[in-house]
Write a protein that binds this ligand. Structure first.
Ligand SMILES: N[C@@H](CCC(=O)N[C@@H](CS)C(=O)NCC(=O)O)C(=O)O
Length: 224
């Protein structure tokens, strides 16, 4: 039996969605974030030493890291390759690219954006606030803003002539991309500048498997 260790409002929503797309049965154990630090609770470290979401267990196997979980589930339960191009197919390379780009490249500036927005929201003595705001403003102007613009411009361009990231068909790479794409939109990216990206988000929300997975845990919100 597959169990998804799901931290609320986290990357593991993708695993729930994938399991619904594959029509597999699974159990979900929901963990709450620490209200102050937003970190995962210590119980998750009892499952995997890093204690980060997602983690799945499949009988005695423990698997962490969303990309590795997706590959494991497809290797084991999607042998007909319904959610990825078959090895050797033309779209297999772009599929691999987007599967890895999501966590390897796109998430980076978005995590920095989240950290600096938390720093700006922190309760600080009034005389420290202008200094902190100045630093945050500089990091935004020099790094976060240009990087996020670069990535969203790239994705917008890539989606000009194809409906899904890897080509004409919906794949698990779209599932992996969904979280960082939406994280950017909740962290200040203006959707009207990226209509194809916004359209991607609208279309994934319409998928029955997305709706089923979201209904299973309540709400798929993303920390902003
Ligand atoms: N690259 C990892 C990232 C895992 C990760 O950082 N997960 C976040 C949730 S979105 C987490 O568990 N945060 C809480 C914590 O670090 O305590 C993956 O894709 O699985």
């Amino acid at each position: 039996m597959i169990t998804v260790h799901h931290l609320e409002y986290s990357r593991s929503q993708r695993v729930l969605w994938l399991l619904e797309e594959l029509g597999l049965s699974y159990e979900v154990k929901v963990y709450k974030r620490n209200p102050k630090t937003k970190m995962a609770p210590p119980e998750m470290k009892a499952i995997h030493p890093l204690g980060k979401s997602p983690i799945i267990t499949d009988d005695s196997l423990v698997i962490a890291e969303s990309g590795a979980i997706i590959e494991y589930l497809l290797d084991r339960y999607d042998t007909q390759n319904t959610l990825r191009p078959a090895p050797g197919a033309m779209e297999r390379l772009p599929y691999n690219y987007w599967l890895h780009y999501a966590e390897g490249s796109l998430m980076q500036p978005l995590v920095v954006a989240l950290i600096f927005s938390e720093v700006q929201k922190a309760k600080l003595p009034f005389f420290v606030k202008p200094i902190v705001n100045g630093i945050v403003g500089k990091v935004n102007a020099a790094y976060i803003g240009p990087q996020v613009k670069l990535h969203y411009g790239f994705m917008e361009q890539e989606l000009q002539n194809k409906p899904w990231f890897a080509g004409p068909d919906f794949t698990a790479a779209d599932i992996q991309m969904s979280y960082p794409v939406e994280a950017g939109l909740t962290r200040g990216v203006n959707p009207s500048r990226y209509p194809k990206v916004q359209d991607f988000v609208n279309r994934i929300h319409q998928r029955p498997a997305w709706k089923k997975a979201e209904a299973r845990v309540g709400d798929f919100g993303i920390p902003s």
